[in-house]
Design a protein around this ligand. Structure first.
Ligand code: PLP
Length: 360
């Protein structure tokens, strides 16, 4: 078996132990004589899997009892519409912080249904930082404030949360959920597509405070109403059964690592290896303001397009794949999610040093 180090922004690496377990259980999960893929979602075998997935997520994220956990489809992108339809029905306006393309899309989609106000933006420097946010910047009458906690494309993240007073803070955690300790009680709602740091594509997790459910606009399609899914235990229709099962295995893996706190320590050490090298290199440099650097997505460049292309090609030949940066930033991006072993980052840095030496 030969496996590459996959630095893709998503879908991305899954822990080897998770894949091996899924392989062992592929034909016969837990003595049921079936693959999870073949199970009726209404069977008691499958009910046990989704119940355990939810219980584990609640445990590892310490989700308070007054929050619902929903396993939905449609990706994080569908949340961009579900948020205004469900949360924006009081004063029909919400505040947005524009820290990248996903944040922008959340605002654009909301503006179809409500008044979407931009309170701050870092577009002036291609989103290389998180804007300073103070309480007076937010409209106390807004129905919610939306932030993108970790900006997958640009490699920034919030290191402290804005004070929005009584206005519910809603956050897109697609690329940093389970990577660092997050106090769920500070949010009205958290959502994340699974395919970056939690599982395969096809399932989106929504963690929502109960009082925010049940006030959707009349035009809200049944499937886009949080109440529909909350009242039916994420089983109003067929949920993405296999993707939820893999998430459950990932939650078990996180627990076996000692929980999110321990995983965070590893992530901090892992990111430091790469950032320290970028700070000392004369060829490569990071593109983000140091204080707002993401632990998960690390964009970097050289001063030459040619050198960038050469680096990406040579890295690929060595088994370091998907290092090409997003088209809007250029250069390179190394996504180093939970499942990327420390060894993968060490080997990448060793390769970068060698490349720098050879191409002076
Ligand atoms: C990938 C990503 C999205 C889009 O997710 P889909 O599941 O493809 O809709 C949204 N927000 C962030 C922060 C992302 O990283």
């Amino acid at each position: 078996m030969s496996r590459v180090y996959n630095f893709s922004a998503g879908p991305s690496m899954l822990p080897l132990e998770v894949l091996e377990r899924a392989q062992r259980e592929m034909l016969d999960c837990n003595g049921s004589g079936q693959s999870v893929m073949e199970m009726s979602h209404r069977s008691k075998e499958y009910q046990a899997i989704i119940d355990e997935a939810e219980a584990l997520l609640r445990e590892i994220m310490e989700i308070p009892d007054n929050y619902k956990v929903l396993f939905l489809q449609g990706g994080a992108s569908t949340q961009f519409a579900m948020m205004p339809l469900n949360l924006g029905n009081k004063n029909k306006k919400a505040d947005f912080v524009t820290t990248g393309q996903w944040a922008k899309k959340a605002k654009q989609e909301a503006s179809k249904y409500i008044q979407a106000n931009e309170v701050a933006s870092s577009a002036d420097t291609t989103f290389s930082y998180i804007p300073e946010l103070t309480k007076d910047m937010f409209d106390p009458e807004a129905d919610y404030v939306h932030i993108t906690f970790n900006n997958t494309i640009y490699g920034t993240r919030y290191t402290s949360l804005p004070d929005t007073g009584n206005v519910p803070l809603v956050a897109d955690l697609s690329s940093n959920i389970l990577s660092e300790v997050v106090d769920v009680s500070k949010f009205g709602m958290i959502y994340a597509g699974a395919q970056k740091n939690m599982g395969p594509a096809g399932v989106t997790v929504v963690i929502i405070r109960e009082d925010l459910i049940g006030n959707a606009m009349d035009i809200t399609p049944t499937m886009l109403n949080y109440e529909t899914h909350s009242e039916n235990g994420s089983m109003y229709n067929t949920p993405p059964t296999y993707a939820i099962y893999i998430c459950k295995l990932v939650y078990e893996w996180i627990k076996a690592q000692g929980g999110i706190k321990e995983v965070q320590k590893v992530n901090e050490a892992k990111a430091k290896i790469l950032y320290d090298y970028l700070d000392s290199s004369e060829m490569f440099r990071g593109t983000v303001v140091p204080k707002d650097r993401s632990l998960m997505n690390v964009p970097f460049v050289t001063d030459s397009e040619e050198l960038n292309a050469k680096f990406i090609a040579e890295a690929k030949a060595q088994g370091f794949i998907n290092l090409k940066g997003h088209r809007s930033v250029g250069g390179m991006r190394a996504s180093i999610y939970n499942a990327m072993p420390t060894e993968g980052v060490e080997k990448l840095v060793a390769f970068m040093k060698k490349f720098e030496e050879e191409n002076k």
